[in-house]
Design a protein around this ligand. Structure first.
Ligand SMILES: Cc1ncc(C[n+]2csc(CCOP(=O)(O)OP(=O)(O)O)c2C)c(N)n1
Ligand code: SF4
Ligand SMILES: [Mg+2]
Length: 346
């Protein structure tokens, strides 16, 4: 598997990268969101995902426009502001064969959409949920969003005095089994996390710090390229080995690598750093958030992993077939079944 595929290369489905492309981006040149789009295209191509099996969901914002720029052959629904989670929940329950991919902004998710986001997490809807987090409402000209750090300075000089909402800490609290944070300019980490999230059996959250070059990329912004480069603290080097690939042997001393297995046999391989962070410990994750807040650090990587909670469609006991494809004989119970129900209710 390589990132250096040429334009004539095809994946195992015989599709070129072009089959995973979308329309031309209309975002500002240099916007972090375009880097996320590029990695989504690469991840879907490299995972051999048939584009029509993906269901893209978004709300309103520059970030929520991006599903127009990748996988034009996928299914998609661009919802209203902050309401993407309920649309995604309905769509993914109605058709369990779809691969859910939500792209949203910090305003869409943490400001107007916070309630919807919280319920998606506690239900564990099976989808990759990407927040393109720039600390502002880019589309409406750069007002602070609910993830703007306390003390962050607006380009007009105004200081944010409010406590930020940490979407990863909230996800951990609400039982999410895949909590991660990365930076749009960290292509290797973002690529591995995207592939793992698309393969996870539950809600997989990726909070991507994705700078808004037009409204929030000045030196006193904590969501600028410069600030993130200086404060990012990668917890591990991360690699994703899909289930259909042989797992390469690597020459490392025992204890230097941690392998996390997904339900389909894919493996997330983490190369431990000196800090030896354990992403399977909730306590370690909460301590990390606390330390990061105090020391103004931005730990990135897989912050928490627990694949044990069943996804919402499994909890609901749904049939495998898309509901729209069920025949009338399945949907309409015979008179005896109705009689049995009536008998029970007596
Ligand atoms: C109900 C409603 N309220 C407000 C708006 C105006 N509005 C559009 S996008 C947006 C914020 C987008 O911010 P974010 O989700 O962070 O996306 P970004 O543009 O930063 O990528 C707002 C407030 C709206 N479209 N609908
Ligand atoms: S306004 Fe900001 S978030 Fe929107 S496209 Fe431009 S740089 Fe990106
Ligand atoms: Mg934003």
């Amino acid at each position: 598997m390589t990132d250096k595929a040429t334009s004539t290369s095809t994946n195992a489905l015989g599709l070129g990268r072009g089959a995973y492309a979308g329309g031309k981006s209309t975002l500002c040149p240099g916007c972090g969101h375009d880097s996320v789009t590029a990695q989504i295209i690469a991840a879907c191509y490299e995972l051999n995902i048939p584009p029509h099996r993906v269901a893209k969901f978004s709300g309103i914002g520059c970030s929520s426009k991006t599903p127009g720029y990748f996988l034009s052959r996928a299914q998609g629904f661009n919802g209203t502001h902050g309401r993407m989670p309920s649309i995604a929940t309905g769509g993914l329950l109605a058709n369990r064969s779809l691969i859910g991919l939500g792209v949203t902004g910090d305003g869409d998710t943490a400001s107007i959409g916070l309630g919807q986001f919280a319920h998606l997490l506690r239900r564990n809807v099976r989808m990759a949920y990407i927040i393109e987090n720039n600390g502002v409402y880019g589309l409406t000209k750069g007002q602070f969003s609910a993830t703007a750090d306390e003390g962050s300075v607006h380009r007009g000089g105004e200081v944010n005095r409010q406590t930020p909402i940490d979407c990863c800490a909230l996800a951990l609290e609400l039982g999410c089994g895949f909590v991660s944070r990365t930076f749009s300019a960290d292509r290797t980490q973002l690529a591995a996390l995207l592939k793992a999230a698309l393969s996870f059996d539950g809600t997989a959250l990726i909070d991507v710090v994705s700078p808004c070059v037009t409204f929030n990329n000045h030196p006193s912004s904590t969501k600028s390229y410069g600030y993130v480069k200086e404060h990012e603290e990668p917890l591990h080097a991360i690699d994703f080995i899909p289930h259909f690939e042989p797992h390469p042997e690597i020459e490392l001393k025992p204890g230097e690598v941690r392998e996390l297995t997904l339900h389909d046999g894919s493996v997330i391989r983490l190369l431990r750093t000196a800090a030896d962070y354990d992403p399977q410990s909730r306590r370690a994750a909460f301590e990390l958030f606390e330390r990061a807040r105090g020391e103004k650090l931005l730990p990135t990587g897989l912050l928490f992993f627990d694949p044990s909670r069943p996804a919402f469609d499994t909890q609901c006991g749904l049939v495998d077939e898309p509901l729209a494809a069920l025949g009338v004989e399945t949907l309409r119970p015979p008179p005896e079944a109705l009689a049995a129900i009536m008998e029970e209710l007596k």
